[in-house]
Design a protein around this ligand. Structure first.
Ligand SMILES: [Fe+2]
Length: 549
């Protein structure tokens, strides 16, 4: 579970105290029972970890100054000076992180292990995948421990890194700065740039692509080099793209991303004669690029880590720590692949718990023995319904338990949901949940890649464009589905199945249950508060249906 779900501050940084406390309590273990605490990343930017007092401390100023040297003097010497500063600062900062964690948990510092950022991304994605041999594991993000990408492979039951690239050639940074250049929030709104991209005509996007593509070179060994230092790509964007239309820029950077990634993947799969691929790191949140990769002829099996940004690092870090306790640092423990993501907190939706939160007469509450059927009834009547049930989803996507649901064959629902609660940017698409036995009716997936996590886009069928038109990209009609397995969430499946019985439609629109800019709801309190503050008229809370008169 992410700390933001408890603190209600989106993308909350720092030591995740509430999340750690919840995990310990949920598993019934004390901090003193922990064999080790594993941190992913030797070096974190100070603002990521400290409270306000230390961000403005002397060490932070020195680190900042070291970085500024690199920005203003783009020479190799300046980069070296910056690197020395950052490394020194990293060591000092790591000490502070360790002592903060040791004192919070009441543990001795020698129980704390630190692992490399990209190694943790690679372990996360490989061990969550169903692959245990002959697999290429690729990681890519903005930057982590000085790198932007790595290539690893399994050799004799352990994972070995083959090649890596410096942050200076980071595609993630280029995308991040383009997000900022377009007036959106870097490290958060990259998905909005991806959503904007299909509105540009290919020939217009190509004008930007032609200028931007030569910045990054994919080498034969799988490493990247670049014409500029990508950490400061903002300078290049301002000088080269000033006055270029916003949608061309979005279309151009997406075209560059798709091309860089497919060149990279194709080169590596050809070189190592593999056809199995596992992908992790924040760049692979780009569901459209993942679709392009899935269509490469070299790719036969593909796993993209769901919610593969840094929120996924803890998984790989813990598994690496487990390996080290067994005395084997790059060992692959024999664990089953990741299944469903309903791993977060659960709260008892009892009558008394809900009643004490409702302080207005305009909200009615009704108990339903078949709440799944009641939701399906409302959905088939075209109503928009919030659903709060069972354990919260791990990661960035709501997969039915903390979701807002709606019938997707009527495009008007997009505006309705936006007015009610989401206030999304007008160009952003919604996504569907599809019954597993109806998948082939709606998405085009000739290689049969599993798609339960909303991490990969697919092209839609004709029927999909009719039944799910409000839950796909309006311009290119691709969709980012959650294919729902009945065993992973029987009640949510029952909602969809009963909806299908009434309407003949095998999928619905599923968007996360939160107000614009807030984290996804976690507790019953959050659900009722969000419901009260929004234009949403129906909320299913466990077996109770709340409705506004
Ligand atoms: Fe990362």
């Amino acid at each position: 579970v992410s700390e933001e779900r408890f603190t209600r501050i989106k993308n909350q940084w720092g030591y995740p105290k509430e999340a750690v406390d919840w995990c310990l309590e949920h598993e019934g273990i004390a901090a003193s029972d922990l064999d080790s605490v594993v941190l992913a990343s030797y070096h974190l930017p100070r603002a990521v970890y400290d409270d306000k007092k230390t961000v403005h401390g002397a060490a932070a100023r020195i680190a900042y100054w070291g970085t500024e040297v690199e920005r203003n003097l783009p020479s190799r010497g300046a980069r070296f000076v910056s690197k020395v500063y950052r490394m020194t600062d990293g060591v000092m900062h790591l000490r502070q992180r360790k002592s903060l964690i040791a004192s919070s948990l009441g543990l001795s510092e020698d129980r704390i292990i630190v692992v490399d950022h990209h190694e943790a991304h690679a372990y996360t994605t490989l061990l969550c995948s169903q692959f245990r041999k002959e697999t290429l594991v690729l990681t890519m993000d903005g930057e982590g421990d000085g790198l932007c990408s790595t290539v690893s492979a399994i050799e004799e039951d352990s994972l070995h890194r083959l090649v890596s690239s410096s942050y200076t050639s980071s595609l993630g940074y280029l995308y991040r700065w383009t997000t900022k250049y377009l007036g959106m929030k870097p490290n958060e709104h990259e998905y909005k740039v991806m959503g904007l991209a299909p509105y540009a005509a290919a020939r217009d996007a190509f004008k930007v692509y032609r200028k931007m593509r030569p910045l990054i070179k994919t080498n034969d060994d799988g490493s990247f080099t670049s014409a500029i230092n990508m950490r400061y790509a903002d300078k290049w964007l301002k000088s080269e793209l000033y006055g270029t239309r916003f949608d061309w820029v979005a279309g151009g950077v997406q075209m560059v991303a798709e091309d860089v990634l497919s060149t990279w993947v194709a080169t590596l799969l050809d070189k190592y004669c593999y056809s199995r691929l596992a992908l992790g790191g924040g760049v692979f949140m780009n569901v459209k690029a993942n679709m392009v990769l899935s269509e490469l002829p070299q790719v036969e099996q593909l796993f993209v880590m769901p919610s593969c940004g840094d929120e996924s690092l803890a998984i790989g870090a813990a598994l690496m720590g487990y390996g080290r306790l067994r005395g084997r640092s790059n060992w692959l423990p024999d664990i089953p692949p990741l299944a469903h993501l309903y791993l977060g907190p659960e709260y008892e939706a009892s009558e008394s718990n809900i009643k004490r939160l409702i302080n207005t007469r305009s909200i009615e509450m009704q108990h339903h023995t078949d709440i799944d059927g009641a939701i399906a009834d409302l959905l088939s009547e075209g109503k928009v319904v919030g659903r709060f049930s069972g354990r919260a989803e791990w990661g960035a996507r709501a997969l039915g338990n903390r979701s807002i649901l709606a019938r997707a064959d009527n495009i008007d629902v997009v505006e309705e949901i936006n007015n009610m609660i989401k206030q999304r940017d007008f160009w952003m698409p919604f996504a569907p949940t599809i019954l597993s036995d109806r998948e082939s009716d709606y998405i085009i997936n000739p290689k049969h890649f599993p798609a339960p996590y909303m991490i990969m886009a697919f092209r839609s069928s004709r029927l999909g464009q009719r039944d799910l038109r409000a839950a796909m990209h309006p311009s290119d009609r691709t969709l980012r589905p959650q294919i729902l397995d009945p065993n992973w969430n029987p009640h949510y499946y029952s909602v969809l199945k009963q909806f299908e019985k009434r309407t003949g439609i095998g999928g619905i629109l599923n968007t996360s249950f939160n107000l614009h800019g807030e984290p996804i709801v976690n507790s019953i309190e959050d659900a009722v508060s969000t419901f009260s503050r929004s234009g949403l008229r129906y909320l299913a809370l466990g077996e109770f249906l709340l409705s506004k008169s």
